[in-house]
Structures are given as C-alpha cells and as structure tokens.
Design a protein around this ligand. Sequence first.
Ligand SMILES: Nc1ncnc2c1ncn2[C@@H]1O[C@H](COP(=O)(O)OP(=O)(O)OP(=O)(O)O)[C@@H](O)[C@H]1O
Ligand SMILES: [Mg+2]
Length: 221
Amino acid sequence: MLSLSHLHKAYREPDARPVLQDVNLELHPGEYIAIVGESGSGKSTLLNLVAGLELPDSGKILLDNRDLTTLDDGARTRLRRSRMGFVFQAFLLLPHLTVLDNAALSLKLNGVAHREAQQRAHAMLEAVGLSGLVHRFPGTLSGGESQRVAIARALAHRPQVVLADEPTGNLDPGSAGQVLALLREQIRSCNSIGILVTHSMAAAASADRCYRLDGGVLRPE
Ligand SMILES: Nc1ncnc2c1ncn2[C@@H]1O[C@H](COP(=O)(O)OP(=O)(O)OP(=O)(O)O)[C@@H](O)[C@H]1O
Ligand SMILES: [Mg+2]
C-alpha cells in the first residue's frame, strides 16, 4: 500500500506559497488514479515526492509501511529502482544508449541478465509500437517516439508503483489512446498502483478515479 499523510512542501522562494499543503492519499494495489491541475499546481512536485526524488518539508510517504522520508539517499534510490517506474515529463532518455538499451535500463539496474533484459525491453517496445526503432538513438526520435520509449522503460520491470507525468503530452489523439490503454493494462496485469498526472480530462478519464490539485490542496474531482 502507498500512503501519503500530511505532506507539506514549499520552495524557499521569497513570497512563495507552499506548493503542497496537507496532502493525504491512500492507494492499494491495483488502484489507478489521475491527478489534474493547472500548470504550476504541484503535480510534478507530488510525483517527485512519491518517487523519493525530493523530500517533503513534513509528512510521511509510506510504501508497504516503510517511510521513504526516513530512508537515506541510497536506500531511497534502491527502493525507487526496484519498486517504481517513472515516466518523466521531460522523458530523460540517455542519449548515448539505443532505444532498446534505454528501455532495458530498469531491468539491468535490477540485475536482470543482458539477454533477458533485451528480450523483455523489446517486447515492451513492441507494445508501444516502436519495434522498428530499437537500434536508433534518442537524438533521432520525435517527441512522441521519445515519450513511448520513456513509457516502455518505466514499465519494463513491472514496477509496484507506476508514476506517469503527462505521458501523452506529446502524442496525437490516436497514439495517446494507445499509450493510456497500455498504461492501464500494465497497471492492471501487474496489480500495480498507478498515478497519472495530466492536463487532459480525456486522459484522466482512463484512470479509475480523479483528483485535482488546487492551491496546494488535493481533492477528489
Ligand atoms: N526546484 C524548484 N525550485 C523552486 N520552485 C520550484 C521548483 N520546482 C518547482 N517549483 C515551483 O513549484 C510549483 C509547482 O511546480 P510543478 O512542477 O510541481 O508544477 P506542475 O503542476 O507539474 O506544472 P506543469 O503542469 O506545468 O508541469 C511551481 O510554481 C514551480 O515554479
Ligand atoms: Mg509538471
């Protein structure tokens, strides 16, 4: 189970309001939610906290009763690597690795042998419609193709928690629908917890429930 309780986060800018105020959320395996909110409302910040990429000012983030906020950097990184898949808003593909090696990265980091990692990464790339591009490098891909590689990489190791930050922002409606269906299907088949952050109400509708971040407060939509 993933449980966020009384999360607060502010950046130390002069006059800045807190980005997140008393955010509470409880998610069980198989639950898939969407979070919508205006630009700057703190959606990416919230995902970064859940992933342990940033720390809250106060509050707890429990994954199976372990509080991420009390772990040291190394333990947080190991937990993120093994249990989470993050589709970043800015893709963050590694430019010197091929599409296939990018997609295999999460498996390799979790100790999966080279051949099996490549086979599983290839299957994920096929599922996102990129089997023809496996030997290309990220610098040669379109925005939408890069986004689909990022999704394949995030899902390849079948993570317990899937965090997707605007994963269809660069896709045409047809590809967006395919990617959303794939996310949903993976979350369901792995019984994962899924959090989809998006501006699009159509994308949000692909999740089971929707929340809105507004003024730092998270409410059911
Ligand atoms: N490292 C940082 N230092 C200072 N302020 C930051 C930092 N990161 C984010 N912020 C601020 O926190 C607020 C929330 O940012 P965040 O990226 O979480 O918004 P968002 O909801 O993801 O927006 P978008 O929909 O545009 O991606 C914004 O006002 C942003 O300027
Ligand atoms: Mg964002």
